[in-house]
Design a protein around this ligand. Structure first.
Ligand SMILES: [Zn+2]
Length: 306
């Protein structure tokens, strides 16, 4: 499996030698993981996959709100969309594309890459790519693993992603976290393989006290003060002169979503904290920094507008 089969410290050392330069300075990547509230890992213990179809679906209304927020701020972004959502909401996929956003893949069934065999993983991400391309009529270049589930135990996954025909992945979060993270990985975009242009684009983290701290979205963005997140993102933008990669979910701007009962305390805090404040925060974020699509910020093979 190429360089991904090397022992991982050597692999990570090689990654460090292959940084990828952004196409322009001062632009940041806005990314949205298009999944519904009941598909989230934090709720997986209480929501069975078999029940997904019977849950109240909120994705259409929430994506429409995000499209309006982006339009008001004149921002285009990259939407990592689940195949499961795309095949049920085809017109939503077409709306994302017709509004000028980049359509990318979040896999078919929101399956963690570190719980699949290479064959199962390949089937999931290929199904999603084909579905998204059939529905949108556009080539899908990017993939993001659910829960950033590519780490030292499954570096083979990057090779499977490129074999499936993707030009880039945004699946590594170079931080320490109980559910994910590869803290020794480069903080900025790099080429995982010496022999082709495939790019991995990690989510943003900031370096403090000798460690990487998450500042690219998720529960942290909702739990910490907005001023902290803005300071961290500005540090990357203005001082390190690199592009931030930020992500959020449609359910994060939906304080009225149906509550899943009997969740463990940690899951409850992670999923439900500060949902009511999120839309205003995202609005400020969109206006205070410059945002664009991944395929316009990074040199991605096959991008027509890069
Ligand atoms: Zn996800």
């Amino acid at each position: 499996m190429g360089t991904a089969a090397e022992p991982w410290p050597a692999t990570v050392a090689a990654w460090m030698t292959r940084p990828v330069q952004e196409l322009g300075v001062g632009q940041n990547a806005l990314t949205v993981d298009v999944e519904d509230y009941f598909q989230v890992e934090a709720l997986a213990a209480r929501v069975s996959r078999a029940d997904w179809d019977s849950r109240e679906c909120r994705i259409e209304a929430n994506i429409h709100r995000i499209l309006r927020l982006c339009d008001a701020a004149k921002v285009k972004g990259t939407f990592f969309t689940l195949g499961w959502i795309a095949e049920r909401y085809k017109s939503l996929v077409r709306e994302i594309v017709s509004e000028g956003h980049e359509l990318a893949s979040h896999g078919y069934g929101h399956l963690r890459a570190d719980r699949l065999t290479p064959e199962e993983f390949s089937a999931d991400i290929s199904t999603a790519k084909n579905l998204l391309e059939d529905i949108s009529g556009k080539k899908v270049l990017g993939y993001r693993a659910p829960c950033f589930s590519i780490s030292t135990g499954n570096l083979w996954a990057l090779d499977v992603i490129r074999q499936a025909g993707y030009a880039y992945s945004s699946s590594i979060y170079p931080i320490r976290h109980d559910n994910y993270g590869l803290p020794s990985a480069p903080r900025y975009a790099f080429r995982p393989f010496a022999d082709d242009d495939f790019v991995e684009i990690p989510v943003s983290s900031v370096r403090m006290f000798g460690a990487n701290w998450p500042c690219g979205g998720g529960g942290y963005f909702r739990l910490l003060p907005l001023s902290w997140s803005l300071a961290a993102l500005n540090q990357i933008d203005r001082h390190e002169k690199k592009a931030c990669v930020f992500y959020f979910h449609p359910w994060e701007i939906d304080p009225d979503q149906p509550r899943v009962k009997e969740l463990p305390f940690k899951s409850r805090v992670r999923h439900y904290s500060n949902l009511g404040r999120m839309e205003a925060r995202i609005t400020k974020l969109l206006h205070q920094l410059s945002w664009s699509r991944i395929d316009e910020i990074f040199p991605v093979a096959g991008a027509t507008n890069a």
